[in-house]
Write a protein that binds this ligand. Structure first.
Ligand code: MSP
Length: 636
């Protein structure tokens, strides 16, 4: 039996909000994981946040928060961002999680006891933004060779990991495992790097300089270097060292997917750390290229210029996911542009895929009372369409196995264009006019069947839209399997189809680009009208709650004191509703509340949230869900 397919993203620093670069790696890993799922493989998809170290410490300080408070806030931004992008991870690790913290200390202790870690004086040059030490010869014009910023000279007692002693082993491992570092350009880069002797790695930071990190178990005046801590997440999350059975079941990881900026830490430090701990290395490390704006890598400032929530709001999350995956050859750098995004969505999704679905569903609706008809014998045209669909399935499988997802999307697009060409060649609209219903049934069945297969091929990248296509085709079963793409004829005649709005409405470039750039007139006048930006609106978390208890407040005759159930816990709420409701009328009612409002004191009573109510002509009524939904249901 196959072990689960274990794939990871890097752990993102919580010094800022997620941007396009983070979105890309995570959507990419989500899509690869979903491709495995449709191959019926069990998947373990790990992502999370890197919370220790200088960067996070400074970001918290700049906002007047403790590092822990800062992390607790920012981690939520990442989690809700992933939810908005439809990311289905299996585990979200935070490096401040107790289990991870203990695992890091355990690893340090093992390495200290086996003398893989030693103490020495460190003389070096430190780059604070990159959190890296450099030797004199690494520096470029006296500055950090990575970011070009000034560095600081430091001499201090520190702890070192004997990395250099494993250099030959690593070279050998890379050479004898051609897929270990992918793509080949990165493999060559690392082999080039390993031609010169590598240094031992300084893995400690004195607490007097940085207190925010995992304390060294053998010297309480030091914390662990943030990379040494963070890399260990890949083994701590699947259970090392406390849950050996689970760990054995999942390790080694099939893929660590990272950006090319962090290939050295992943392809040099990490396998050597594992080797010293006596643990097998991961199967593969894949480093993708960057999203760029003009000549620069998108990062904190440039990346934040792309208003992802606005994009999702305007085009839908699937369209954005599709752009990220279809536009970018994984290994290379790619320009990010609103023009290229709109062109892709319009051409591939609105014109080709959307159009094919609209035609097939529309014609079945008009001519067969919304029931998928029974096909008659296939002509050469149907046989060719079937061959195309089966070939496309094989090809997509091959491209994904070779980590070429943009190619896989090209193959799926080609199949959709075949379907449209088939419709043009068979002209079902004319068959309908001429009353040739038998032939019409055959054509529409075959086109619908090819669409079913296309919906499997696209599903990992645009899952919701594909679920929608399947729903429109009346397909009941939930499990989507790539193998079914080779089983021509699975679509059941007699299925009741569903009509609906266009899957991907055509985007009017002239209208949306000013909105995306924040230059639209509306937006400018919005400011005057006090309109709320969608990003701000999404900050409020609304949920369904049930009123458990309700009593009048003794010291304020307008107030009622409520105890409510919000699914995961109970809360106290103060509401100025006494004029409109008796306590009995409210008890048991399902209401809508803002869950993440800062608690406030109203006439001495703490209110941990706020309920929504509407007012008309001086009358106030609480808002309730249209159907009886459980407490804790999220409002989207
Ligand atoms: N915390 C470390 C990783 C530790 S992993 C044990 C880190 N975090 S990060 O927040 O800076 O995220 C880096 C990752 O974000 C990159 O490796 C890459 O996956 C993604 N990207 C950030 N900017 C990017 C682009 N402009 N383009 C594509 N992806 C990039 O490094």
């Amino acid at each position: 039996m196959h072990k689960p397919f274990y794939i990871t993203t890097p752990l993102y620093y919580v010094n800022d909000n997620p941007h396009v670069g983070h979105a890309y790696t995570t959507v990419l890993v989500d899509s690869i994981a979903r491709f495995q799922k449709i191959k019926d493989r069990e998947v373990f998809f790990l992502t999370g946040t890197d919370e220790h170290g200088q960067k996070v410490f400074e970001a918290a300080g700049a906002k007047d928060r403790t590092p822990q408070e800062h992390c607790d806030l920012y981690v939520e931004n990442f989690k809700s961002f992933w939810e908005k992008l439809g990311i289905e991870y299996d585990h979200f690790i935070r490096t401040t999680d107790e289990h991870h913290y203990n695992a890091v200390q355990h690893a340090l202790k093992l390495l200290w006891d086996s003398e893989e870690i030693y103490q020495d004086n460190y003389v070096g040059w430190y780059c604070t933004p990159c959190e890296r030490f450099w030797t004199e010869k690494d520096l470029k014009d006296g500055k950090c060779p990575d970011c070009g910023r000034p560095v600081e000279k430091l001499v201090e007692k520190n702890y070192f990991f004997r990395m250099s002693k494993y250099q030959d082993w690593l070279i050998d491992h890379i050479k004898s495992n051609p897929d270990f570092i992918q793509p080949e350009s990165r493999r060559n880069e690392i082999l080039g790097f390993l031609k010169s002797p590598i240094n031992d790695l300084c893995i400690s930071r004195p607490k007097e300089r940085l207190s925010w990190g995992v304390e060294l178990p053998f010297d309480k005046d030091y914390v662990c270097y943030v990379w040494f801590d963070a890399l260990l997440n890949y083994i701590s999350a699947p259970g090392w060292p406390d849950h050996p059975d689970r760990f054995e079941h999942l390790w080694p990881a099939d893929f660590h997917v990272v950006g090319k900026d962090i290939i050295t830490t992943h392809a040099v430090y990490w396998p050597i750390m594992l080797k010293a701990l006596g643990i097998d290395p991961p199967e593969s490390i894949f480093a993708h290229g960057w999203w760029m704006v003009e000549e620069a890598k998108m990062g904190k400032s440039l990346g934040n210029a792309v208003p992802i929530p606005k994009i999702i709001n305007l085009f839908g999350k699937d369209a954005f996911r599709y752009y990220l995956i279809a536009e970018k050859v994984m290994a290379l750098d790619t320009q990010f542009g609103f023009d290229s995004m709109i062109r892709r969505i319009n051409n591939d999704l609105a014109n080709d895929l959307g159009n094919a679905v609209r035609r097939v569903i529309g014609l079945i609706h008009q001519n067969f009372k919304g029931i998928i008809p029974e096909p008659d014998d296939a002509t050469e045209l149907e046989i060719a369409l079937r061959e195309s669909a089966i070939d496309a399935t094989e090809e997509v499988n091959r491209e994904v196995s070779n980590m070429r997802l943009s190619k896989a999307m090209e193959v799926a697009n080609r199949l959709v264009r075949e379907i449209n060409r088939y419709l043009e060649n068979t002209a079902p609209w004319n068959l309908a006019k001429e009353g040739k219903y038998e032939r019409l049934a055959t054509v529409l069945y075959n086109a619908a069947e090819a669409l079913r297969i296309a919906s499997i091929l696209y599903w990992p990248v645009i899952p919701d839209s594909c679920n929608d296509i399947r729903f429109r085709l009346g397909i009941q079963e939930d499990k989507i399997l790539l193998a079914n793409g080779r089983d021509w004829g699975m679509l059941e005649s007699g299925n009741k189809i569903a009509t609906g709005k266009p899957l991907f409405p055509r985007i009017d470039e002239k209208k949306v680009i000013p909105i995306l750039k924040g230059e639209d007139k509306e937006e400018k006048t919005d400011k005057g009208k006090n309109l709320v930006d969608i990003e701000d609106f999404f900050k409020a978390k609304l949920v369904v709650a049930q009123v458990l208890e309700c009593v009048p407040a003794k010291n304020a005759d307008k107030l009622l004191l409520l105890k409510i159930d919000i699914g995961k816990e109970t809360r106290k709420l103060v509401a100025g509703l006494a004029k409109w409701y008796t306590p009995e009328e409210l008890i048991g009612k399902k209401i809508i509340v803002i869950e993440n409002l800062k608690p406030a004191k109203i006439r001495g009573h703490v209110s941990e949230g706020m309920l929504l109510a509407a007012e008309h002509n001086g009358k106030v009524k609480v808002l309730t869900p249209d159907e009886d939904l459980p407490a804790g249901s999220k409002i989207r």
